[in-house]
Design a protein around this ligand. Structure first.
Ligand code: ZN
Length: 446
């Protein structure tokens, strides 16, 4: 049934030609456009009309948009869904201690059944806080794909490859085998709602043979690539000791960025690394909350934007965040950049919002498909209730969205024209069941 949003305030990037440097060397970050009292028509999976005039002879579902903001659904461009299992499990440690002493041993206890429950829990939290598309890197990826398919959300899913021995054979590696099966079964599901990506977990968890083999496979299948890159100083410096090159330079040398790629974190990248990322059109996924919580540092986002690098936002796993609230991430992206540069004009509200919408779409290879409110694009839309004390007055809608809004202000989530969440009600997930099962399944880690 067609859906008409009436008298709504529309906020969206006005161009998806984002973060490119023009001939004069001046940064073109794009702007968020605001249209008040607008009508937005959704027919089938697409946005078919945006304008000030009410469409004539409409019959379908009408949604009253007064005192509400309609914006593109948020794109969480880096996460590990089943890690909701470890929310609050091992807080206040540095990354190496957290990962090796707590998370890796706990992950050994995860089963496909519990991964499914914690994935459902993750998706429910995401949907209710305005995320319409996500990028996941983990294992149990077929389980994740099944849960994503069921929930109605959009996702780019990868099976992370880690491999420590020197002898690497792609064809006998069971992780790579899982990736291959995932591609055969799920890549392009529901005409592209699910896409499978290749993934090298990180430079420090693999070696050049892995990088070449996985990149060659990605190129042969036309897949995108995901990596973790220079998240911590120790990881960055150890790579220089080992290879005489930074993680970005060494991965580029072995062809990892010859396929379209996104690199999570990039906290410790230097100027030369940023040039490599710009030249190879690698999207950086900035995870400010996780980076601050693990005291990894603050990524040089302003330098990346200046160099023409596309920057998207991610929450990372809930185990290092500890929520999926992208509004928190958006605000932190702006604040962290200001603190790092001691410049209050760094990453303005509009830029932070672009990172979470059209920037995220570009990082997912979905530019032109979603991330904006534009006729012909997928109707991946969220509605935000602006009739709340912390959103009044609204002198500047974009500022309020970035600095005052919360995930809990989202009252509707629509993916490809299908409403999957409305006023507290989940239309694709049995939340009560998921909550009880998650509580029960979490007992095994204690
Ligand atoms: Zn991560």
């Amino acid at each position: 049934m067609p859906v008409l949003f009436e008298n709504v305030t529309v906020v969206s990037a006005v161009s998806n030609d984002i973060h490119r440097t023009d001939e004069t060397g001046i940064r073109n970050d794009g702007e968020m456009g605001v249209i008040r009292d607008a009508f937005v028509l959704v027919e089938g999976e697409k946005i078919s009309y945006i304008g000030k005039e009410q469409p004539r002879d409409f019959s379908g579902e009408r949604i009253d948009g007064r005192r509400k903001v309609l914006m593109p659904g948020l794109i969480n461009a880096h996460t590990h869904l089943p890690m909701t299992a470890f929310r609050g499990f091992a807080d206040d440690y540095d990354l190496q201690t957290w990962l090796y002493s707590y998370i890796f041993p706990a992950e050994d206890k995860l089963t496909a059944g519990s991964a499914a429950v914690f994935t459902d829990l993750a998706i429910a939290e995401m949907i209710a806080s305005g995320t319409t598309s996500l990028t996941d890197m983990y294992f149990f990826s077929d389980t994740i794909a099944e849960r994503v398919a069921e929930s109605g959300i959009k996702a780019n899913i990868s099976r992370a490859v880690t491999f420590f021995d020197e002898d690497y054979d792609f064809h006998s590696d069971n992780r790579a085998g899982e990736l291959v099966r995932l591609v055969e079964e799920w890549h392009g599901f529901d005409h592209g709602r699910i896409r499978i990506e290749a993934s090298i977990h990180a430079e420090y968890t693999s070696n050049p043979k892995v990088w070449t083999a996985v990149s060659d496979y990605a190129a042969s299948k036309g897949l995108r690539m995901q990596v973790h890159l220079s998240e911590t100083r120790s990881e960055h410096e150890r790579c220089i000791e080992k290879y005489g090159m930074t993680p970005a330079a060494v991965l580029a040398r072995y062809g990892v960025f010859d396929v379209p790629a996104s690199a999570a974190h990039c906290v410790w990248v230097d100027q030369n690394d940023i040039e490599i990322l710009a030249q190879k059109c690698v999207s950086v996924v900035h995870n400010p909350v996780s980076n601050m919580k693990l005291a990894s540092g603050i990524a040089p986002v302003t330098d990346m934007l200046t160099a023409g690098v596309n920057v998207a936002l991610g929450t990372d796993g809930v185990s290092s965040n500890n929520s999926f609230d992208m509004f928190e991430e958006i605000k932190m992206a702006s604040l962290a950049a200001k603190v790092r540069s001691l410049d209050p004009t760094a990453v303005k509200a509009s830029q932070a919002l672009i990172m979470a919408t059209s920037g995220g779409a570009a990082a997912q290879g979905r530019r032109g498909e979603c991330g904006m409110i534009r006729e012909g694009m997928d109707a991946d839309l969220i509605l935000i209730d602006f009739d709340r004390p912390h959103l009044i007055p609204a002198h500047d809608i974009v500022s309020n969205l970035v600095y005052s809004a919360r995930g809990s202000d989202v009252v509707m989530n629509m993916v490809r024209g299908r409403i999957i969440y409305k006023e507290g009600e989940f239309l694709t997930i049995d939340l009560e069941k998921v909550k009880r099962e998650a509580e029960k399944a979490a007992g095994i880690f204690r």
